[in-house]
Structure formats: C-alpha cells, structure tokens
Design a protein. Structure first.
Length: 688
C-alpha cells in the first residue's frame, strides 16, 4: 500500500527530534542538531514555511533544545532543553528571554490557553513561568532521587496539570511512584495517589478532561496502564498489562471515544468508556513517539521501525478497525510525526531533518474485479457502461459498471494481452499469447472472427469509425482487419511488432517495431507509406487529433513527433531512459511521455517541456481524462493521478498494487486499472 502524501517542504539536519506546526498550520518549528567533529553539537532553532520549506527565522542555541511549543497566537515559540528554556519571536527569531534551571532535563513545555504562562518540569521540579519574561509564577520541588518528575500534561481546558513521578538516580528503587493533579493557576494540589510498585512514567488527560490515564512501570512484574477519574483520582479500571518493562505511550482521540496505547512493540486501541481493548497490531515494533490522531479522530499515526527490515515507517491506521490506510517508508530514523490542526498535512522529525507532507485524497474503489491471474489491459466501452479486461488467466472478460458483474467472456489458450471495444460497444477484440486475435460479441452472438498469427499478439486497436481493426504480433507482422467483410491483410515487418494506432480518420495505420522503426501504412491498400527510424525498438505510437501528427516512443530514450504527410521529424524529446508510454490530451495540444524516472508533458506546438512529474518506478502507461486536466500514470508501485496543468498530485489509489495499465472512462469520473495482483479495479474520480 502506498502513501497518499507528497513532500512539500524539507529542512535538513543531522538530527531533528521534533517538528511542530503552528496553530494556523502555516509554519513549522523544529530543533535541528548538527554534529561538529568528535562529539560536538550545535542546535539551531528554525521556523520554516510548511508549504515551501523557506526559512522564516533561525538562531543557534544550546544543544538538546528539542521540546517546542507555540504560543496560542503563533507569535512565539518556546524551546526547552536539558537545563534551559528560550522563548523567541517566531517571525524574526529574536530572543524574548532565556531561563536557566537548577533542575536538569526540563521537558513537556506547554502554554496556558491565554498564552501568559508556560508550564514545564524537570527531574526535581514542576514550574509555571511568566511567558512574557520567564519569571517563576509558582514552583513545586520534587526529590529527584525518590520522586523524579517524568511527565507533566495540561488538561484541555487549561485548569489542571497532571504530574507523573517516582524513582530517581541513586535513590531507593522501592520508593514507588506518584500521580498528582494540581491547579494550573497556583500549583495547589487537587489530589494525589501513591503506588508502591514502581515509578509512574507517563500520563494523559482524556479529551473531555474527565479521565486520566497513567502508566506504572516496573523493573520486575507486570506493567500497568491505570485509568482514573481526573476530578477525584478514583480508580476506574486497568488496561491490559504490557508484557515487559517498556515505555508506554498513549493518546486520547479528539472525539473522546478511543485511546491508543503504544508499548512492548505493539499498538493497542481501547474504548475509553468501557476500557475494552478493540484490537492490537504489530509485533516487536520499535515505537519512536506518541501516536497522533487526525482532527476528526478517524486516523492515527504511528512512527516506528519495522522488525527484520529495520526500515523506518510511518503508518496511518483507521481508528475504529485498525485497518491500514497507508504507509510511508521514511529515508531517515523517524522521531515524531504529527498532523496539523486541519488534518491536511503531516510533519515528521528524523535524523535527516524535518519534513512536511501534504495528504492527498484517496480515490474511492467502486469495483474490484477478481481474475485468476494478473490483469494486463483494461478498456472502457465508448458509453462507459462496460469494461473489458485482458488477463494471464487466458480470458478476456466484459463487466458492467452498474454492479461490477461479468456479462461476457472469451477464452484463449494462453495469456490475453490486449482488449478493445468496437465503437458501438457490441463487440470486443482481444489479443493473446496463443497467437490469435478474437473478435467476440458482448451479447449472445459469440465469436465473430479469429485472426491467427505465427506468434503472440501483443496489441490491438480499432478505428474510430468501427470499420477496421489492427493487431500487432511478435511474428514480425501486423494485420489490418476489415470489420465489414471480416477479412484481414498482413503487413510485413523486420521484427516483432509492439504497437499499432489508427489515424482519427482511419485512413492510415502506424506501427511500432522492435527493429527500431515506426511505419505508416495506407489502410485501404496496405501499402507502406513511411519508414520512420529510431536508434532502438519502438515501444509506443500515438496520433494527435489532426490525423497527420504521429508520436513515437523508443528504447533509445527519445520520443519523437513526425508529420506523416511528408515524413518530416518535427521534434525529438530526449529522456534519461527508455520511453515506454505516450498519450495525447484530447485536444491534441499536450503530449505526455513516460520513462523510468518520470512522466513528462510537452506542448505539441512548440515542443516546450511543460513539467516533469517524478515517479518512483518506471511508468508503463499514461492516460488523460476527457477534460485534459488529469493525467493517470501506471507503474509497478501503483497508479497516481496528477493535475496536467501544474503537476500537482491529485489522487492516489488506496490499494497500491503494481499496475500494468490505467484508463479513464469517457466521462472522466471513473478510472480502471489493470493490476498484477489478479484484479482489475475501478475507482470513482471526483470531478472538480
């Protein structure tokens, strides 16, 4: 399964521990650490544009200033490190103030809702600071040998602070742990609870502030997540135990229905009211950060390292079921991943730096049409009511788009490579490795015509007027079929024929051949009119809308435009690898090409490169929608739909199966994909 995300900005660093969106989502604050020889470190606090990565401001500070918090009005950022806190202007980078602490490892920095107070904690204290100058408003000391502070969290209404503590360095290992809730205004204790087992490592308020979950960690015995009434401390219940001593991380969903608990290499999701576990996933995952929910609570993110492969991966999971929605393998060690408040972007922090990804819509699956082998080709009828498929399971099939049911099929004795409807939708032409092309009825008339080659049939096409068809075979020939008389004419070549295409007026046929040449034939007489040479096998041919402009693609790394009225080569487009795919927009003004690294769009009139759309895997086929606004590219890693206007990624298909081909229906509202996982899929494409 692929990721429905595109990288929109990146700020490099040797190490970034956190990347935090501003409340309005326009900016990201990150602490970037650069290692300078030996063990030296330099930390730079940066604020950058979430969409472009442009640096807004930055300044160098002490190492490990990794805990970041935005003020509610997004004017300031507070950065807390091992023994200090700095507040700086998010627009200019000017320091507002810096506060040195007597207690070490200050973490969990949070602004009050009015932005006037900053709450933080260290091993030996919980503090409330004046956000304007850093002066201490109140402070509660802890013994860092027996009651070390591990986490503080502010309730969503800003009225209370929960403090998890216990244990310490060099102290009594049997001192137990404490959970305390204090009034945020003055630090006064509201209630506290002591546990004898061991320290309390972490805590979190539910979204409505009525419940508090805390984690008791033990070096021996069972670890526990305990849920209590946040107002009184009364114990409500215990979540299932963790199997080993490990840090437990948890997050409540914004709608207050779920809590996600990450620990002991697994992720578990519980119902908040009943505390019943809904499901658990994973095994031996190295979990790096708190899970993070989308604003609508439908998804949550997990950043972790996979076992065996050790690849850093970001998972997006459906909250209610745990179903995997998408994954993204990250090139660097992930430290955190967070949604912005709108749920439209995700920011990640890693050893490589901070990255922002824009989430892209997933096209909705309408039909999954199961076959017994990989599907190699798909074609819509002209009215869009039916879809034909070609599969290695030796069958060509026809499915109705009304309900996805199979309505007709034609069996071959080997894999089927190509299918095409006649314009009236009443017949389908199929080409197979069994050396035949078969024209069969979508109704009850059965097989209408069989054309036999001396080698596999790789491609078929039918003219727009429905009177002629053509086949391409590895036997060194193409055939022109007269569909009125059901007769055929053989066109000899010097190698395997790989592609065929009629002019819009059906008077000429172009073929592509492995001998490195494209040929143009008169369809009425079969006479060859042109031989158009490349320096490598031809992989695709396509005509524009005017019946004289021919595009060719070749393994020589070029795509070329020819005027077939006189055989003149008008343009040659150089690529870094073999060109495998071609497509004209419906108006004929734009030509798309596909090779190993990208899909490229050119202006036909001038040859200007409009844009290059990077593709992780080689592009196999390309298709424009009827409006010419969308371009679908099929590749080994699935299908992507981009804007033909600006190259923006518009849709990803959720299954991510290797794709052999993709084609839009005549209305542009459906996209059919031939998939290598034994299925053809049809997706709904929203119309803008």
């Amino acid at each position: 399964m692929g990721s429905p995300a595109k990288q929109v900005s990146f700020v490099a660093a040797d190490y970034s521990d956190s990347a935090v969106f501003s409340h309005d989502g326009k900016w990201v604050a990150t602490a970037c650490t650069v290692f300078i020889g030996g063990s030296g470190q330099q930390c730079t606090l940066k604020v950058f544009d979430a969409r472009t990565g442009a640096i807004r401001c930055q300044f160098t500070t002490a190492p490990d200033m990794s805990d970041l918090a935005w003020s509610p009005d997004d004017r300031f950022v507070a950065a807390t490190g091992y023994e200090a806190m700095t507040v700086f202007d998010a627009a200019s980078g000017a320091r507002r103030w810096t506060k040195q602490f007597d207690t070490s490892s200050n973490v969990n920095t949070t602004y009050s809702l009015d932005g006037q107070t900053l709450y933080t904690s260290g091993y030996g204290a919980v503090l409330a600071l004046d956000a304007n100058n850093g002066n201490v408003r109140w402070q509660v000391a802890h013994d860092d040998r027996s009651d070390m502070v591990h986490q503080t969290v502010l309730s969503r209404d800003g009225k209370f602070l929960a403090v998890a503590s216990g244990g310490g360095y060099g102290g009594d290992p049997n001192s137990g742990g404490n959970i305390r809730v204090r009034h945020a205004s003055n630090g006064a204790l509201k209630w506290e609870a002591h546990v004898v087992e061991d320290r309390i490592y972490s805590c979190a308020f539910s979204a409505d502030g009525r419940k508090l979950l805390y984690y008791i960690a033990q070096y021996s015995g069972e670890n526990r997540n305990v849920m209590v009434d946040a107002n009184t401390g009364a114990r409500l219940g215990t979540l299932p135990n963790l199997a080993s001593y490990t840090q437990s991380r948890f997050t409540f969903s914004p709608d207050n229905r779920y809590v996600v608990v990450a620990g002991d290499g697994k992720v578990r999701v519980f119902n908040v009211e009943t505390r019943a576990m809904l499901y658990e996933i994973g095994a031996n995952l190295l979990l790096h950060s708190l899970p993070d929910f989308s604003p609508d609570s439908k998804l949550y993110l997990i950043a972790a390292k996979r076992p065996i492969t050790s690849s850093e991966t970001l998972w997006a999971l459906e909250t209610e079921t745990g179903a995997l929605q998408w994954t993204m393998v990250h090139p660097h060690n992930l430290q955190s991943a967070r949604f912005n408040r709108a749920g439209t972007h995700v920011a990640t922090a890693s050893y490589g730096g901070a990255t922002v990804f824009e989430l892209v819509a997933l096209a909705a699956l309408r039909h999954k049409l199961v076959h017994q082998g990989p599907v190699r080709a798909v074609a819509f009828a002209r009215d869009g009511a039916n879809l034909a498929t070609a599969s290695t399971d030796k069958n060509a099939r026809v499915f109705t788009m009304a309900n996805g049911q199979e309505t007709a099929h034609r069996s071959h004795t080997a894999a089927v490579n190509a299918v095409e409807f006649t314009p009236d939708g009443q017949s389908v032409l199929s080409g197979s490795d069994d050396n035949t092309a078969r024209l069969f009825s979508t109704g009850t008339a059965g097989e209408l015509l069989t054309v036999t080659h001396d080698g596999p049939v790789r491609a078929v096409t039918i003219s727009r007027d429905g009177r002629r068809a053509a086949t391409a075979s590895t036997d060194g020939s193409a055939r022109i079929l007269n569909l009125d008389t059901l007769t055929s004419r053989r066109l000899a070549h010097e190698g395997a024929v790989t592609a065929v295409a009629f002019t819009p007026d059906a008077t000429q046929l172009a073929t592509g051949c492995a001998d490195g040449a494209a040929r143009v034939f008169n369809t009425a007489t079969g006479a060859r009119q042109l031989l158009l040479a490349h320096n490598g096998p031809i992989t695709a041919v396509a005509f524009g809308t005017d019946s004289y402009l021919l595009a060719t693609a070749s393994e020589d790394g070029t795509a070329r435009l020819f005027d077939i009225r006189n055989g003149t080569e008008l343009r040659s487009f150089t690529h870094p690898s073999p060109v495998r795919a071609l497509a004209f927009s419906l108006d004929g003004r734009t030509l798309a090409t596909g090779c190993a690294d990208a899909a490229r769009l050119y202006t036909v009139a001038t040859g200007q490169l409009l844009r290059s759309i990077a593709h992780p895997k080689p592009v196999r086929t390309l298709a424009f929608d009827r409006s010419g606004k969308l371009l679908a590219s099929a590749a080994e890693d699935g299908v992507r739909v981009h804007s033909a206007g600006n190259g923006e990624l518009k849709f990803l298909l959720p299954d991510g199966a290797p794709a052999e081909a993709a084609v839009f229906d005549p209305t542009g509202t459906l996209l059919a994909v031939a998939c290598a996982d034994n299925a053809a899929r049809v997706y709904d494409i929203p119309v803008e």
